[in-house]
Design a protein around this ligand. Sequence first.
Ligand SMILES: Cc1cc2nc3c(=O)[nH]c(=O)nc-3n(C[C@H](O)[C@H](O)[C@H](O)COP(=O)(O)OP(=O)(O)OC[C@H]3O[C@@H](n4cnc5c(N)ncnc54)[C@H](O)[C@@H]3O)c2cc1C
Length: 386
Amino acid sequence: MRKLTSEQELMLATVRQFVDKEVMPVASAMEHRNEYPHALANEMQRMGLFGLNVPEDYGGADVDYTTFAMIFEELSRGWLGLAGIIGTHSVLCDVLIRYGTEEQKRKFLPGLAAGERRGGICLSEPNAGTDLQAISTVATRKGGDYLINGSKMWVTNGRFGNTFLLLARMEPRVEPPHKGMGAFVIEKGAPGLTVSRDIDKLGYKSVETCELHFQDFPVPAENLIGGVEGEGFKQVMTGLEAERINVAARGLGIARAAFDEAIRYAQRRTTFGKPIAEHQTIQIKLADMATRIEASRLLIYSAAEKKDRGERCDLEAGMAKLFATETAAEVAFEAMRILGGNGYSKDFPVERYYRDAPLVVIGGGTNELQRLIIARNLLKKYKVES
Ligand SMILES: Cc1cc2nc3c(=O)[nH]c(=O)nc-3n(C[C@H](O)[C@H](O)[C@H](O)COP(=O)(O)OP(=O)(O)OC[C@H]3O[C@@H](n4cnc5c(N)ncnc54)[C@H](O)[C@@H]3O)c2cc1C
């Protein structure tokens, strides 16, 4: 792995300290109350975490993907919800950086990097998630605006965010659908956008996930990303490739937190006259958990380094996302077993990790989809000439 610069080390140490001192002591209680962590989000803003992947010219920190992944891992070790606040925000930034016009970058990126604008992504709909080509939200040109009509589902940061990446089909419709889509930066403010509800969830609480309804919601034509119709699907898909690295890192953070709790507990809890850590069955669990965690870390760094070299990394990011998030779910459950009844109790954070882990398995492209992406790339790589 590449050695981090002293600046990167410092940033990471600051986040680690923030997580240990300010997040860990309050995360479970706030999560149980489903309370939005305004003060912690503001502290993240002060630390510059909203501008992690934004170039310095636009006020960001412009960290490489390895550091980016490490920061997501640390945040998520403390509380997945906090990583969620900057997760989809960074996808919006990524798409703008890659495809936005200079004018769009100047207009949106400084505010996003400073955390004054809080971002999110409006892609999924009630009837389309994995199959994003099946979305039915439409954008119809009217004078200098596009009017947006439709519903977006599962929008993380939907209530407290104010600036979103939105994918819509252009009217008149084009077939195949991916050729007739546009990606927009939208801002709250104009009439026609309603946050219709906050979805009640198993875990990943406190950070809000909402349904947004659009009725003739006007978006200035200059907010069409890149200024070209028909490019939106491709633009969004590239942003989702980067998202897989951050979701994988979030999985790693959950797994680490669960493992840390389990290995501490195993050395203190005594049964049949000795600490449970001395029972071989528990040792095997700890060994398997730690091995999977280390393998997840290496897969994530391998994908991040490829991305840093400017290469596509669908295969590596897919593998990292699949393995690290399945590890999160498995390790959280194993940690619960090691804690016995206490693992099931809200007095210990393991139940939170156990409830949070499925989100990373499903979000950022389900793991079924990751397997399809991995297989597709392998078949391309190992193509047999006929
Ligand atoms: C808490 C939370 C936060 C979220 N935040 C956001 C957000 O901020 N913005 C946003 O746009 N979306 C967000 N999502 C939505 C998320 O991206 C979708 O839930 C996810 O992509 C799956 O889509 P779906 O729920 O429609 O499931 P479906 O696409 O209906 O899939 C159902 C099942 O079928 C499987 N499946 C589908 N197609 C195939 C296939 N071809 N082969 C094999 N299996 C298949 C899936 O893997 C899954 O198991 C969030 C979701 C959650 C739960």
